[in-house]
Structures are given as C-alpha cells and as structure tokens.
Design a protein around this ligand. Structure first.
Ligand code: THU
Length: 149
C-alpha cells in the first residue's frame, strides 16, 4: 500500500470522529507489519479529559486484538470545515504510546496536506501532499521499555 493509500484510509477513519467539543476530527490508519490496517478516530467526552486521540484509538484497538508489530501510521486532521487540511502532528501522549510499541528508527509517521478531505474515495494522488517522519525524529531521546531494563 502506498503512503497516499494509507492517508486515504485515515481520511475514511476521520469520518467517524466524535468531536462535538473541538470540531477537530482526526483519523488514523495504523499498518501492522503483516499488512493489516487498523483505523482510529478521536472520541471526545463532555468531561473533556476522557477524550481519546485518533492515534491512540488505533493503537489500543490493535493491541487489544493481539497485534504488536507496526510499520507505519497515517494521520490526518483539522477543523471540520477546513479544506485543504494542513499537516496534523501527533500529540506528545500519542508519541509516547508509539514509543511503547514501535521501533524508533523504522516506524514511520505519515502526515499529509489534503484537498477536498471529506470525500476520501474521490481524492486523487495529486490532492495529497505527504510529509513523512521516523518516530525518532518526532520523539528524540524518548523514555521507553528499554529504559526499564
Ligand atoms: N487530536 C487527535 O486525535 N490527534 C492528534 O494528533 C492531535 C489532536 C484530537 C484531540 C481532540 O479530540 C482534538 O483533536 C482537538 O485537540
């Protein structure tokens, strides 16, 4: 699957976001090393702090189904009336969750600017501009499972 196909999956996930408070839907598509794709969206809450980001929804869905090996995550987000979407970087808490399960030097975080994001199935490759990072670039000198050995 290309990075742009993974972005299209994240855009599909974004359509399910529950965001009555921020109006900032985010979608994530987490790729397992066996090629499986797990989708996640942000899910907000009237009490605010129980809200969950799209990336963590995808990771927690995956891990709760026994999946532990991940290669890439695509993330798209922005205010719900925004077109084109600008890059949506993962928050610090989500980066820390990635650190728990992913290799910092090979796990890829795929972000994108997207034109006409509300219709993922009609988006051409030309409407998507990808910007890609390794986890180490977004979380240098992180604290992870190795730190407790
Ligand atoms: N959010 C995500 O789901 N992922 C990100 O990468 C950044 C922020 C959510 C949290 C909240 O529901 C909304 O976006 C506004 O912060």
């Amino acid at each position: 699957m290309t990075d742009k196909d993974l972005i299209r999956q994240a855009l599909r996930a974004r359509l399910s976001a529950y965001v009555p408070y921020s109006h900032h839907p985010v979608g994530a598509a987490l790729e397992c090393t066996n090629g499986e794709i797990i989708l996640g969206c942000n899910i907000e809450n009237a009490a605010y702090t129980p809200s969950n980001c799209a990336e963590r929804t995808a990771f927690f869905k995956a891990v709760s189904e026994g999946k532990r090996d991940f290669s890439r995550i695509a993330i798209v987000g922005g205010m719900d009336d925004k077109d084109p979407l600008e890059l949506c970087a993962p928050c610090g808490v989500c980066r820390q969750v990635m650190m728990e399960f992913c290799d910092v030097d090979s796990f890829e975080i795929v972000l994108a600017k997207v034109v006409n994001p509300k219709h993922p199935d009609e988006i051409s490759d030309d409407d998507i501009e990808v910007k890609k990072y390794l986890l180490r670039e977004l979380l240098p000198v992180g604290f992870g499972p190795e730190s407790l050995k």
